[in-house]
Design a protein around this ligand. Structure first.
Ligand code: GLA
Length: 751
């Protein structure tokens, strides 16, 4: 519910268990009032009434502590801001010695009007007339229609500068059932001269005083999503990526709480996640007063946005919320939101993510029709449902030195084209998937030879190669059209069900015909191509990969079905990676492979049970070389896959509880449970075990106390039977002294 009181000028955004409020002050500024959990006994219509807020310390006239809903350069600001604009002239006449002061970099946003609109159409069409339309390719519409499309309310508050020809509309879309507000902003040049925007966040966020414990993730290739929990310093702490993809170094989500007042399942936790896969930044700022605020949106590094007269720009969104059920509760809200409102709803496609086989680690660049066909037979026999051929099938791509850009099937590898393989995959009852890396070229490629200037570079300057490749300039319209038509033709000519869209380098010399707009244009181009492909091929599924988990965020999840979480397939390393991923993103989209006994990345030897127990926590995939396995081991794979299929609906659609986290226990115990509590999956993996440690069983959550449950293992054997009450009070015994690499998965069902 969105409530506005014309007397106090207070806006209340009322969600299931939280409230967000701001007001228009006597000068017309839009100032933050409160954001937090609602008192448990509050009526669903209870709102903040005021008046009298001006006398609170936040609302005194000290500009430093004034809590703007969008803070701007000028207007009293001396700290971090969300918006900076340069105006080329004053509206009044200038005296000659004032002219050197231009441009005027002072924006004052004052209330003009507001409206509440319903998003009657969810989809990529910006001409829908809905208040929630977005710039094509960017995120407020979130790509494809999600599974739940019931209309939601959006509040649009129009602000203008009193003298300069500039408007900003702050947008708040409510998903009350998950306590989520999506915020974004629209900026418009209403004057006759071009304007330059020098910094633009999607939103300024204000947290309660003292909410300075930050949870975020950082990492690198093979080490994505490493969780860090820290106390914010006084001043500014940023998490960011200066790239045209989301990046490995950090991921655009956060959780914040007052230290000591939140834990895994308890306490008030604030969270936010950007729906954007380009250069992003979230700057947290803590003032002397312990006020904590964040500026979340485009990275100001090398940023510039020119608005021609009459032009406007709509930013992507940030999904924010507050939850009284700890970090776990915050994760569950983000997961539910992503599942219902962000991930594309399969058109007629599989309701659950299929079990995947990917031949990359089995054959690398050593591809052949016979070799792949041998793998398809073994994969199908063990229950695989989607067979994906990885890198190396096209152009001159016999290794990573050549061929990117030439997306035609290589006769050296597949003399009869891909059709014989695709037909065989389909005959065996599996879907067919193919790897592509459409944003790139190798200098040794026909595409580069034909268009050496189609890449990001500064004329006359060296072009840095990374994995022997260069990045196409998506600032050129003809490049975006070329990439689209190449992929369109590939999909028209072949019965492809799935593409793994990879992206294996960072931009270095960002020279583009689009100038500095390339930082946004690249991402918008990727989104546009994906959206058009999905519209043209509604059954197509896409996996987002960028050297593993380098492009994972709510923006890409809106147009892909799953992500490749990391190139690191070592099950023990993977627990950490998956735990960090799970803070913000749902298991359904988390592709996880079982690979070789002797792991190719780390060299570690781990038992098959552990490799499956970790991979079955997400979308299960197989990446081992099946030709190297004995029949007995193939049969074991088949038995695990059959086990996974019995409970995958719980993993892919249930609620996650991190019952024991690595940080505290050296073990990771998680549970997925269905919304009605009738079914659950219980998964234990021990990472570290020291003699003398006794791990208590982890009480389960979300079951029905009075009901009785059976817990079965992979063989269908009942290993435990207890009431929901017992399970939620004591847990499942038997794992206390499991040593390093001990693991087990149980499927619980109400009888
Ligand atoms: C990247 C991906 C891998 C694989 C290779 C192929 O590293 O993350 O999964 O597809 O490229 O070159």
């Amino acid at each position: 519910m969105i409530h506005f009181d014309p007397t106090t000028k207070i806006f209340n955004l009322v969600l299931a268990t939280s409230t967000y409020a701001f007001y228009v002050d006597s000068e017309g500024r839009l100032l933050h009032l409160a954001w937090g959990a609602r008192p448990a006994d509050a009526a669903s219509t209870a709102v903040l009434h005021g008046p009298g807020f001006e006398s609170l310390p936040h609302f005194d006239q000290l500009p430093l502590t004034r809590r703007y809903e969008l803070s701007t350069l000028g207007d009293g600001a001396m700290q971090e801001v969300s918006l900076a604009v340069g105006f080329p002239a004053l509206s009044a006449d200038l005296t000659s010695d004032e002219a050197p002061h231009l441009p005027v970099r002072d924006v004052r946003l004052r209330y003009l009007s507001h409206e509440i609109v319903s998003d009657h159409k969810v989809g990529p069409d910006p001409s829908s007339g809905s208040g929630c339309s977005a710039q094509p390719g960017l995120a407020p519409t979130h790509g494809q229609p999600g599974c739940v499309t019931t209309p939601r309310e959006t509040l649009r508050v129009r602000l203008t500068d009193p003298t300069q020809p500039f408007e900003a509309t702050l947008c708040y879309r409510l998903t009350p059932e998950h306590d989520i507000i999506e915020r974004w902003c629209e900026v418009a040049n209403t004057g006759p001269e071009p304007l330059t925007i020098e910094a633009l966040a999607f939103a300024t966020l204000h947290f309660p005083n003292g909410a300075n414990e930050l949870t975020s993730v950082s990492g690198w290739w093979a080490r994505e999503f490493m969780v860090a929990r820290e106390r914010l310093p006084m001043g500014v702490r940023t998490i960011e990526q200066r790239a045209v993809q989301t990046g490995h170094c950090a991921n655009p989500f956060f959780m914040l709480n007052r230290p000591g007042q939140a834990w895994e399942e308890t306490g008030e936790v604030y969270f936010g996640a950007l729906a954007y896969s380009g250069a992003w930044r979230i700057a947290f700022e803590q003032l002397f007063s312990l006020d904590v605020r964040a500026h979340a949106g485009y990275n100001p590094f090398d940023f510039s946005l020119t608005l021609a007269p009459g032009d406007s720009h709509t930013t992507p969104a940030i999904a924010i919320g507050v939850c009284p059920e700890g970090w776990g509760g915050a994760s569950r809200r983000l997961h539910a939101f992503a599942l219902e409102r962000v991930l594309p709803c399969p058109a007629d496609g599989p309701a659950l993510r299929p079990v995947l086989y990917n031949s990359w680690e089995a054959t690398y660049f050593n591809l052949s029709l016979e070799g792949q066909i041998a793998l398809t037979h073994k994969a199908a026999a063990m229950g695989v449902e989607l067979f994906c051929v990885d890198d190396g099938w096209f152009g001159g791509r016999r290794d990573d030195h050549a061929g990117l850009g030439d997306w035609t099937v290589s006769p050296d590898v597949f003399p009869g084209g891909l059709k014989p393989l695709i037909d065989e995959v389909h005959r065996l009852g599996m879907q067919f998937g193919l790897w592509v890396e459409p944003e790139m070229v190798n200098p040794d490629s026909d595409l580069y030879r034909a268009h050496p200037n189609w890449i990001l570079h500064f004329p006359g300057r060296p072009r840095t190669e990374w994995r022997y490749q260069l990045m196409l300039d998506f600032g050129r319209r003809e490049v975006v059209e070329h990439v689209y038509s190449v992929l369109e033709n590939l999909l028209k000519d072949h019965a492809i069900d799935f593409i793994k869209w990879d992206m294996n380098r960072y931009a270095t010399e960002p020279g583009s015909v689009a100038g500095q707009a390339i930082w946004r244009a690249h991402t918008a181009g990727v989104y546009e191509i994906m959206d058009r492909l999905r519209e043209a091929f509604p059954r197509l599924q896409i996996e987002s990969c960028a050297s593993g988990g380098g492009r994972v965020d709510l923006g890409i999840l809106a147009r892909t079905d799953q992500v490749w979480t990391s190139d690191n397939t070592d099950a023990l390393d993977r627990i950490r990676i998956q735990e960090g991923y799970s803070l913000a993103y749902p298991a359904r989209a988390m592709e996880a492979w079982v690979t070789h006994r002797h792991n190719h990345q780390t060299g570690r030897i781990l038992p098959l049970s552990l490799r499956f127990d970790v991979a079955m926590r997400g979308g299960l995939g197989i990446g081992a070389n099946l030709n190297e396995l004995e029949d007995a081991e193939l049969a074991e794979y088949a038995s695990y896959i059959a086990f996974y299929k019995r409970f995958r609906h719980v993993v892919q659609g249930g609620k996650l509880h991190r019952l024991q986290r690595l940080e505290e226990w050296g073990a990771s115990v998680i549970e997925y449970v269905t919304a009605d509590g009738r079914e659950a999956v219980y998964s234990v993996v021990v990472f570290d075990h020291q003699l003398g440690w006794v791990r208590p069983p982890a009480p389960l959550r979300g079951l029905n106390s009075d009901a009785t449950y059976t817990a079965t293992d992979r063989h269908g054997a009942e290993v435990y039977r207890a009431t929901g009450f017992d399970l939620m009070t004591v847990g499942i015994p038997g794992d206390a002294s499991g040593g390093p690499s001990y693991s087990r998965t149980l499927h619980l069902k109400q009888v």
